[in-house]
Design a protein around this ligand. Structure first.
Ligand code: PLP
Length: 399
């Protein structure tokens, strides 16, 4: 089918929940994707931090091919081999002792919120339910995750929200401390606010949050849906901050492109769930777990991927800073950790995204004026140079 017809039928048959660009992506390899008209793009969106090994990584493709022939789905009433393998890898490489699998970031946060409340009631025997989250945060679109999200634009028209959430400014330890009450059961934070515009915490903020949680016997939940799986140059972002949470949520990069979410916790907190407490039909299905386990294998194999992520992240941030020197009227700030990179503009970012796309480079804009770059963790210097060259051309036309 030709592109024009596809765009017409997309508009006709799909619910209009996305503001989509007028291209149809049909094929991908590594950092490249191709449109239905044959046009090639360099992909710095990466499925929004999903395609951590690029498109169709050969080892992930083979793992999926092998598993799809062996077993696609069985119920969680039975033990599942790839699920066990993946859980073991996550536990051995994190603070956590136990894993629950689901299908998305929002679902992982739902599970975390349910576990936190349940732990307080069933294990501690205390009727605490309130969860403090940050303004400008993003935790997903299902009702509890949406209620946790600290941005009114996502709430609008969907009220009443789930009760029991309280929002305070990110990076403000005094505000957080002041919001704690005898009702508080947990604090839920992204280590770096992704959708909120790549906002980094002060170096000691998360450690102080940890201390506050310990002092008040409150659980700390980190939403690493965007920052996890190597994105920041460590397997999990909390590793940069000399602390660890009680519960952590993952999704996006975990499946190397396959839809999977996970909620990890310590043994102590996991005791809040017993058989029947929580479940997911598809959660941890053999096919997605085989893909995720292989993705993690490749990332952890010999340290190359994380090392490349750190080196290329540093390089990209440096090149973007040089662009900032060249276009101080357009670029306000560069914020980066590993390959989660934000470039705040002094103006709306949409025209730059469109102009880059026309020149064959896909980038994302979040929070209205923050260009966000989330390439594969194995992006090369040549690809970064190309992006920067295109951005330079684009800013030239915009200035
Ligand atoms: C994307 C994202 C989510 C939601 O994930 P979905 O898979 O879209 O439900 C939650 N939290 C953070 C930090 C995210 O970046």
């Amino acid at each position: 089918m030709d592109t024009k017809k596809l765009l017409e039928e997309s508009d006709k048959y799909l619910m209009h929940t996305y503001g989509r660009y007028p291209i149809v992506l049909r094929k991908g390899r590594g950092m490249k994707v191709w449109g239905s008209d044959g046009k090639e793009y360099l992909d710095f969106v990466g499925g929004i931090a999903v395609n951590c090994l690029g498109h169709c990584h050969p080892k992930v493709v083979i793992a999926i091919q092998k598993q799809v022939q062996r077993l696609i789905h069985v119920s969680n009433y039975y033990h599942i081999e790839p699920q066990i393998r993946l859980a073991k890898m996550l536990v051995e490489n994190s603070f956590a002792d136990k894993v629950f699998f689901c299908n998305s970031g929002a679902e992982a946060n739902e599970a975390a919120i349910k576990l936190a409340r349940r732990y307080c009631r069933e294990v501690l025997g205390q009727d605490r339910y309130e969860i403090i989250t940050a303004r400008n945060s993003f935790h997903g679109r299902t009702y509890a995750a949406l209620s946790a999200t600290g941005q009114e634009k996502f709430h609008k028209g969907f009220e009443p929200l789930v009760p029991g959430f309280r929002h305070v400014d990110f990076n403000d330890i005094e505000a957080l401390s002041g919001a704690i009450s005898k009702e508080t059961c947990a604090i839920l934070l992204e280590p770096i606010q992704g959708e909120g515009g790549v906002r980094l915490p002060d170096p000691d903020y998360l450690r102080e949050v940890r201390r506050l949680c310990d002092e008040h016997h409150i659980l700390l939940i980190l939403d690493e849906v965007q920052t996890g799986i190597g994105r920041t140059g460590r397997l999990f972002a909390y590793e940069h901050f000399d602390m660890s949470p009680d519960i952590m949520t993952l999704a996006k990069g975990l499946g190397g492109g396959m839809p999977i979410g996970a909620m990890l916790a310590t043994d102590k907190v996991s005791a809040g769930f017993q058989p029947g407490s929580h479940a997911s039909t598809f959660g941890g299905n053999p096919l997605v777990c085989a893909a995720a386990a292989t993705t993690l294998d490749v990332i952890l194999e010999d340290g190359f991927v994380l090392d490349q992520c750190r080196r290329m992240g540093t390089l990209l941030a440096k090149r973007l800073s040089e662009l900032q020197d060249e276009f101080p009227n357009i670029i306000a700030e560069i914020r980066a950790m590993g390959l989660l990179v934000g470039m705040e503009l002094t103006r709306d970012g949409a025209p730059a995204v469109k102009a880059c796309m026309e020149r064959g480079v896909l980038i994302n804009c979040t929070s209205g004026n923050v260009l966000r770059f989330m390439p594969a963790l194995i992006v090369t210097e040549k690809e970064i140079d190309h992006l920067v060259e295109i951005l330079e051309q684009v800013f030239d036309t915009l200035s």
